[in-house]
Structures are given as structure tokens and as C-alpha cells.
Design a protein around this ligand. Sequence first.
Ligand code: SAM
Length: 294
Amino acid sequence: MGKISFDKNKWFVETPFPGVRRCKRDLFFIEKEILRKKTKFQEVFIFSTPGFKKILALDGIIQFSQLDEAIYHETMAHTALLTHPLPKKILIIGGGDGGVLREVCRHRIIETIHMVEIDPEIPRLCQRYLPFVSGGAFQDKRVNLFFEDGARFVKNNLGTYDVAMVDSTDPVGPGKVLFEFAFYRDVSKALKKEGVAIFQAGPFLDFKNILRDSLEHLRTLFKYVVLLRLPMPSYSCGCEYCFILASKIYNPQRISLKTLNSRYNSRIKHPTSLKYYSPAIHLASLVIPSLWLT
Ligand code: SAM
């Protein structure tokens, strides 16, 4: 690693997302600029840093780093899939980098995966410049890729999926619609009657801004709605990030470690190569300190 320069042009300053408690900004030392490109939907910036290695930012907001992407992608995929006793048909909305897809493809019992990404450039650029994220998952024969707005797609696919995963950008730009009541309602309708859904939700530091509304909406649509806590060191969130797991009939809080272990061992290809997820971490991630809910 070379010397870190304090020249301000060598630092990436993350675009602040309006939030009451996010009165801080994160800076990352740019070791190498890999790609800067404006697509029809957003500005893509890929660069490398000494500590977090390669990073993808969209419209100035970090999507993941090479150091922590596994935390995010493994948690989203395996927590939702192992909550369901027999997931066969899966919907992924967003997630064009292919990280969630990579993890979903590990599950042997899945038959069909529909992935709906608004921006065709994201899978193309990520496969070229960040190939470790999808790890070849786009070539899996079970995958069908659709390039359209996820909010529109769900309206036309009623009662179709066992599990839906929403791996969107933040509620600004093209991702804004994916945090609205109408979208949550349509995801619930796109699921079968035993369906499970997981949503990237936001940092606990912004509980009152984003999370509380998402929770209120989802609680009117699903019998069980729980928060999941995960660390994301590259995010501007004080390391505590949140997904929302919503389920029509299976109670995520009542699933035992024994059941999770058995599903984990029988369904996932190469479970020992996972970097973060385990059934014990799954259950631990459901425990939320009350401080984060204020
Ligand atoms: N891990 C990420 C995060 O929250 O920081 C999200 C990863 S992934 C790159 C987000 C993807 O959602 C982007 O590729 C973006 O193009 C896609 N997206 C945003 N709005 C969308 C929409 N309305 N329909 C489908 N995909 C959308």
C-alpha cells in the first residue's frame, strides 16, 4: 500500500442522504479510479481504497465495498430463503451488481429466479469491473433477467413467488418508488399465500425518516414483520444497518436453530465458504436494541 495523501482530490466524499442524525460524512481515500460513467438512470463510480478494496458508488452513495459486500448479500438471501420451508420461485428487485443473486444461486431447491433491474448498465459494468460480486451467477440457467422498473413489474405478476428480495438503492432517484406503500402492497400481492419478502431498509440512525414508515406500511400487509440488524462498515450509518423481513404465515421469530441448521446444511451449496451468515447469526440479527427504535 502506498502512502495516503491528504490532497482533497484523492478522497471520495459520500453524498449525504438527508437524515436527522446523519450529521457526519464519510471519506474514502481513492487509491485508484476504476470507472466513472453516467448511465440513463444514475452516475456510476467504481474505485479502490486500501482498506475497503473495491467500492461501487451510485449517485455518490456507497452500495458496497469488497470488504463487506458478503455481509449484505448473504444476510439478504439466506435469511429470507431459510425462513421459507420450500422456496422454489424467487423474485429479486434491483440488485444489478449480482451479489444477492450469487447467494440465491447457492440454494439447490430453487427452480426459477426472476431478477428485475431498472438499469441494464449495472449488471454489465459490475460483471466487467467487479466480477467477484456475481461470481458467474448471471450464467446460472435458473436466472431470467428483466430490465424494467421493479414497481411496474410486480403489478403484472400476481401470486407468483415464494420469496421476494428488494435490493434497491436508497429512497432517492429510481429507488424512491420501492419505499412507497403501493410498491409494498404489490410485492405482497406478487407473493404466494405463504410468501416471504425481505427489503433493504436503511440505517437505524434514520429510524424516524425511513424505517418507521416502511414498518408501518408492511405491518398492514403481512402478518409478521421484523427488523434484521447487520453491520456495514462501508455505509454511513454508524455500522448498524437494517433489513425488514416480512412473512405471510411463517413467524421468523419462532424458527428454531435446529430447523435453520438443517435447512442450511441440506440446501446451500458450499456453506463453509460463506463469510458472514450462519444460522446462529441469523437468530442474533433479529435482536434489536431499543435505542435503535427511537
Ligand atoms: N446494496 C445496495 C445498497 O443499498 O446500497 C443496493 C445494491 S444494487 C446496486 C441497487 C440496484 O437497484 C441498482 O442497480 C439500481 O439500478 C436498482 N434499482 C433502483 N431503482 C430500481 C427500480 N425502481 N426498479 C428496479 N431496480 C432498481
